[in-house]
Design a protein around this ligand. Sequence first.
Ligand SMILES: [Zn+2]
Length: 265
Amino acid sequence: MLLEKSSWPTVETYFAKCDLVVLGFGSTENHGRHNPLGTDWMAPTRILELVDERRPEILVGPTLHLGSADHFADYPGTLSLGDRLLYEVVRRITGQLYHYGARHFVLVNGHGGNTRAIQDVGYELNDIGCQVALLNWWKLAGELNSEWGGGHGGAQETSADLWIDPDSVDLDALGPQDLVDDGGRAIGTVGFDQVSFEGATPMLLRRARRYATNGWIGPDDPADASSEWGEKMLTATADWTCDFIDAFEKSPLPKPIDRVWPLRQ
Ligand SMILES: [Zn+2]
């Protein structure tokens, strides 16, 4: 049952019987020269649609199209709320659903940069007696099948886009990731925020456009992407999510914790 296509009495009736809600969290940001900026909300949206098809009795809320992606500032089109504003937005959305009766929250996330803000809200909801599950779909997919794992805008996400909306991927724009060793040759760039030095990979903090020339960051080369990969991966992730929901909705609600002072206001 999609919240946006339901009337308020339908939602009121739902929460009188059930306290579980599924929400999606995405981002609008660089995903390499070949992928659409909406990659990170397209996948959660599709997973939520598949969950709705399989469990029409469950309330499925909207997917937030904007997230926290300040590290991708400077790639034109990236629109980031930043961490603090995202925290406020997630807190308001889940707080209103709490007011209507939600206590079990399933949060399907499509972007790594969102996790800190979502976690902060999740801990607060748990403090007041809720159960909150954060499902980072790209990680789950890689755990369900190690061949489905991936980085940022690589084969994993490009495959998801190719299945969801093939016209949104510009296959002619595919190219190497061309990472720049902007910290000098002795500490070469090897991945997301990471450089390599004497066998370890510390973080060098700077906006990604300083070192990720194309915008996708591996290890999975988007040239290996396919629509079939995307379909199998997202349907398997949605099937897993439905099984998880069946177990999670029975999980006991925690006793609220009355804190002397809030950790965060
Ligand atoms: Zn992404």
